[in-house]
Design a binder for this molecule. Structure first.
Ligand code: ZN
Length: 452
């Protein structure tokens, strides 16, 4: 018996040493199948970047702490191959690697055990550029006359650092960015140090709350940087000098919006707030980069409210798949309507009536809100205004008390996580105490103009 047992143990050991499989090259998102990777969860990114705006030369060292979700013989990171990888180590040992399009394939010297923490260090560099999205907009490392406008939704993060770039793998971040001292480097989270040596300055930013990689930013320019306490909020604002005269009250304008939204949605989820305002006439959008949205213009009240509402809806609570982007845009648009109503700019009813008035034949009513049809339609009106109308109709259906309980519970239960449309429907039905499947079918999943 003893001998038999020993043999069985030896056999088991042999099996476990040869088991394990490569991680998936994608996270399975129907709109962006190659985005993200399987086999591990990233926990923290430490990005040390050195950038010269004149030559567009970027050198980076990315230290990624992660945990395996399976026994792993090989895994992928997302990084465009216009940036060249020089070396990769896993737990301090050299790993072999190859670059194939947007995939960096890493084979550690030995397979990684299931459930094990591991650290990957990628040294890389090159001349980064943006990607063109399916809807024709630019995304990623967008060069400006004095630096970089860096917005990464939905796929720009792979243009400047290696990572697990699907929204479901959130992580904390530290950015140490070295630029010429004539420039300022602004990222997410809190500015923790700024050190000048010679003619170069290193800015260190710590983002301690989990973040989806499409919400990261490292924007660089001749910014005027202010770091002030506005009410309860540390407010760090970076403004392009060309736009400074219109931005003198911008930091102060954050407090009232955040106070109002906190009263409706629950406490602001992050340790700081602020804005990056970068004069870039060729970028036609603003983005809710976590803690610090980026704007190509000084934001109006409605735009400021929209991007700040995203800090609850989109940033803290993030969808699980791109097709559920209405959970971001519908909610932020509705919050924008609420703020305009609050400050007397436009009543909520006028906003809702305006959106609802579109003719039934309009593409707006023919596009299902909760799956607009593909990546080119991610940022079209049905996701925004029809999504906001869905919330407005839900409010009418369940009443104010239940409606705001739903929004607050959503923000609390899924704080720093991901959640999908099915979870929102389930929550709404639980709080309202009734079946809402017919209502949500009409508003979210079917073409046609539902009764309001
Ligand atoms: Zn938005």
């Amino acid at each position: 018996m003893k001998r038999l047992l020993a043999l069985a143990a030896a056999a088991l050991l042999t099996v476990s040493a040869s088991a394990g499989s490569p991680g998936d090259p994608g996270a399975g998102d129907p709109y962006f199948p190659g985005q993200g990777n399987g086999g591990y969860d990233a926990g923290h990114y430490d990005l040390a970047l050195d950038y010269n705006p004149g030559s567009n030369a970027l050198n980076g060292v990315a230290t990624i702490s992660a945990r395996t979700t399976q026994e792993l013989t090989r895994f992928n990171l997302d990084l465009v191959d216009t940036l060249k990888v020089r070396s990769v180590t896993v737990d301090g040992a050299a790993a072999s690697f190859s670059q194939q399009g947007t995939e960096l394939v890493v084979t550690p010297a030995a397979a990684l055990a299931a459930g094990a923490g591991f650290t990957t260090v990628v040294s890389y560099g090159g001349r980064p550029t943006h990607v063109l999205d399916p809807d024709g907009s630019r995304d990623g490392w967008i060069r400006t006359s004095d630096g970089v406008f860096n917005a990464n939704e939905p796929q720009g993060a792979m243009t400047w650092y290696p990572g697990n770039h699907h929204m479901t793998d959130k992580a904390t971040y530290r950015f140490a960015v070295t630029v010429p001292s004539t420039r300022v480097a602004v990222a997410n989270g809190d500015l923790t140090s700024r050190n000048t040596g010679g003619d170069r300055t290193t800015y260190v930013w710590d983002a301690r709350e989990p973040m989806a990689s499409y919400l990261t930013t490292v924007s660089i320019g001749k910014f005027i940087l202010t770091d002030t306490k506005v009410g309860n909020f540390r407010t760090i604002v970076a403004v392009d000098p060309k736009l400074a005269k219109d931005a003198t009250t911008l930091a102060q304008r954050h407090g009232p919006v955040l106070d109002y939204f906190s009263s409706l949605f629950g406490p602001y989820p992050f340790s700081s707030t602020g804005a990056i305002v970068d004069h870039e006439p060729n970028v036609g959008y603003a983005l809710e980069t976590q803690t610090r949205p980026i704007y190509p213009v000084v934001p109006s009240e409605s735009l400021l409210a929209h991007e700040l509402a995203h800090q609850w809806f989109g940033d803290s609570v993030t969808p699980s798949r791109w097709q559920e982007i209405w959970l971001n845009e519908g909610f932020a648009t509705y919050a924008e309507w609420l703020w305009q109503d609050k400050i007397g700019q436009r009543t909520l009813q006028a906003s809702a009536d305006g959106a609802y008035a579109r003719p039934e034949t309009d593409e707006f009513w023919q596009t299902p809100t909760a799956d607009p049809g593909g990546p080119a339609a991610l940022f079209h009106d049905p996701v925004y205004d029809r999504g906001a109308l869905t919330l407005h109709a839900l409010r009418g259906m369940v009443g104010d008390t239940a409606f705001f309980t739903i929004l607050r519970t959503w923000a609390t239960d899924h704080k720093y996580g991901n959640a999908d449309t099915a979870a929102f429907i389930e929550l709404s039905e639980r709080v309202a105490g009734r079946d809402l499947s017919g209502f949500f079918d009409a508003w979210l999943f079917k073409p046609g103009k539902p009764a309001l």
